[in-house]
Design a protein around this ligand. Structure first.
Ligand SMILES: O=c1ccn([C@@H]2O[C@H](COP(=O)(O)O)[C@@H](O)[C@H]2O)c(=O)[nH]1
Length: 236
């Protein structure tokens, strides 16, 4: 389900209320971006919010990062597909049987199925965070391992940082989608993100979709902030 225009920016609607999310959506153009609904907004506003965004013409990435046993996770992914979302995700660390079950559960949707991607290593995590959960590999090596597993399960791509994009494009091929949060324009604060890149660096590295939250949503003029990013990308 890829739009003919296939905009690169996915705006993360990390708001505590439906009103705030819809107010921002009304300032944006569905031809120029997609919208991401994550845990906070979905837990507060539910599926009707997704339908409301669809009614405004936006395609939605439902970023609930499902991570559970295969039966539960695949049922959740199917529920997301019933909602008609453009993209849905699970955690790659849920393993091969879980991811395969999710992919199989979407088969009945044919070409109307959402893109199914897997989260590798959160962009807020660095080397020390991985050591803290017992992983001594670098983020790049662990992301690469989980991306290989994800592709073997037949999923469409992964969530990773743009820092890993060159390696992943070389190893997994051009068609394997790289969805990259942790995008920070040069002047923006990192906040809790660790593995960051600017929008231009991310696209040059091979990112397919830039997930951008606070640098757009917290800007005094969110539309201007998004347009400034597109202007930088147009110069590439
Ligand atoms: O590894 C990940 C996976 C998901 N996210 C989500 O992306 C946005 C980023 O928002 P910013 O305000 O631009 O930091 C947010 O909704 C996260 O839940 C991520 O950052 N990293």
């Amino acid at each position: 389900m890829i739009k003919s225009s296939d905009p690169k920016i996915v705006v993360a609607l990390d708001f505590p209320s439906e009103n705030q999310a819809l107010m921002l959506a009304d300032k944006l153009d569905p031809a120029k971006c997609r919208l991401k609904v994550g845990k906070e907004l979905f837990t507060r506003s539910g599926p009707q919010l997704v339908r409301n965004l669809h009614d405004k013409g936006f395609e939605v990435f439902l970023d609930l990062k499902f991570h559970d046993i295969p039966n539960t996770t695949s049922a959740a992914v199917e529920a997301a597909a019933d909602l008609g979302v453009w993209m849905v995700n699970v955690h790659a660390s849920g393993g091969e049987r879980m991811m395969t079950a999710c992919r199989e559960r979407l088969e009945r949707f044919g070409s109307e199925r959402p893109l199914l991607i897997a989260v590798t290593v959160l962009t807020s995590m660095g080397v020390d965070d991985l050591v803290g959960i017992g992983i001594s590999d670098s983020p790049e090596a662990h992301v690469a391992r989980l991306a290989t597993l994800t592709r073997r399960c037949g999923l469409d791509g992964v969530v990773c940082s743009a820092q890993e994009a060159p390696k992943l494009k070389a190893e997994q091929g051009q068609d394997f989608k790289l969805v990259t949060p942790g995008i920070r324009p040069a002047s923006a604060e990192r906040g809790d993100q660790q593995r960051v890149m600017t929008p231009v660096e991310a696209v040059q590295a091979g990112s397919d979709y830039l997930v951008i939250g606070r640098p757009i949503t917290q800007a005094p003029d969110p539309l201007a902030a998004m347009n400034a990013i597109y202007s930088e990308l147009a110069a590439l």
